[in-house]
Write a protein that binds this ligand. Structure first.
Ligand code: DGL
Length: 354
């Protein structure tokens, strides 16, 4: 009788263990690539406003949210550990190549990139244009360090994994998930220095809403991205230099001349109003365009479109206009376009398509 009982318990344990393994095996496999930022940040002293970004490891981030295991089989890679104001082309290229390599394997169903919020909108748009897969890629961060009272990082990370694990997220490009919102990487911009609701759409709406692991989806993005994009960087070792000049009252031409002398292949104007600036700046940009520099007029105001030939004669001066893109995103599209063409007319067409 005793032997029969212990045999029954063994069989039951095996069935349960098998069920758990099978259930775990059914869960999507999500890789978290950590690059640093406030989501991994720690205050210098508890209660202090000051903090150091990129203090905690990806293992710490995953351990801090055990509920991730309910959503997916999660593993992590400490890809970099920088504050995102130090994000650079070398990390971008390495990140794009690693993401394309991982998503090309059947073992990985989606990717989450933890990242600082300062340049998150640039990295997300860059990946939106160069990731060659329909599988979900989600960029996530936080506005409060991990050691703060009510840190926003853990729930943002949970929602990001829930989006990366959601089959409905496929084919919608690269996302930013912050503050319960699902943004398209092209459409999102940081609008507040400290608020948790800092990320807002530039012109088009949000992609969806993330409710504690349940996602609601809205209209997919319109422009070309990921597998429909022509931009591939998997063989690239470097990218062209493109800089941004900020416009303001009384602005002189000096910055433009200095960037041309420094070898900029593209210059984006963060213009006042509808992408305008002072006559000296426009004259310097016109001379730069004549030298073959791609000049793109965008606006510092944050929302709305910059269209051709409104107050500036773009046709005459050989300029490109940024349409919906803000200056930092216009820089991303310009540097990728310059890997294909030096013709401003062809670059302008890409601003209509991406
Ligand atoms: N230093 C900023 C960065 O890494 C902190 C901002 C944040 O991550 O929220 O982007």
């Amino acid at each position: 009788m005793k032997r029969f009982f212990s045999l029954t318990v063994l069989v039951m344990a095996a069935v349960i263990a098998g069920g758990v393994l099978e259930a775990q095996a059914r869960k999507p496999k999500i890789m978290i690539l950590a690059t640093g930022g406030t989501i991994a940040g720690a205050q210098t002293k508890p209660g202090e406003a000051s903090y150091t970004a990129g203090t905690f490891s990806v293992a710490n981030l995953i351990a801090a949210v055990p509920q991730l295991q309910d959503l997916a089989q999660v593993s992590g890679e400490q890809f970099a550990n920088i504050a995102s104001q130090d994000m650079n082309n070398a990390v971008w290229l390495k990140l794009a190549k690693r993401i394309n390599q991982l998503l090309a394997t059947p073992e990985v169903d989606g990717i989450v990139v933890t990242h600082g919020t300062d340049t998150m909108e640039e990295t997300a748009y860059f990946l939106h244009l160069v990731v060659n897969s329909n599988k979900p890629v989600v960029v996530v961060g936080s506005m409060r360090p991990a050691t703060a009272i009510s840190p926003d990082g853990p729930l943002n990370l949970y929602n990001a994994v829930a989006v990366a694990a959601d089959p409905q997220a496929r084919g919608r490009g690269v996302f930013v998930v912050m503050d319960d919102k699902i943004f398209c990487g092209r459409e999102v911009t940081k609008t507040n220095t400290t608020a948790v609701e800092t990320f807002q759409p530039m012109n088009r709406g949000v992609q969806g809403a993330a409710y504690f692991g349940q996602n609601r989806w809205f209209e997919p993005p319109g422009q070309k991205h990921t597998t429909k994009s022509e931009f591939r960087v998997d063989q690239a070792e470097a990218m062209p230099r493109v800089d941004i000049v900020y416009a303001y009252a009384n602005a002189p031409r000096d910055m433009v001349d200095a960037l041309v002398a420094a070898g900029a292949k593209g210059i984006v104007l963060a213009g006042v109003g509808d992408g305008n600036s002072t006559e000296p700046v426009i004259a310097a940009l016109s001379e730069a365009a004549k030298k073959g520099v791609i000049v793109v007029r965008a606006s510092r105001v944050g929302h709305g479109l910059v269209r051709r030939n409104i107050e500036v004669n773009d046709d005459k001066l050989g300029f490109v206009t940024a349409e919906e893109l803000n200056p930092s995103k216009a820089r991303v599209l310009t540097l990728l376009s310059l890997m294909h063409t030096q013709d401003p007319k062809v670059v302008q067409q890409k601003f209509y398509e991406y």
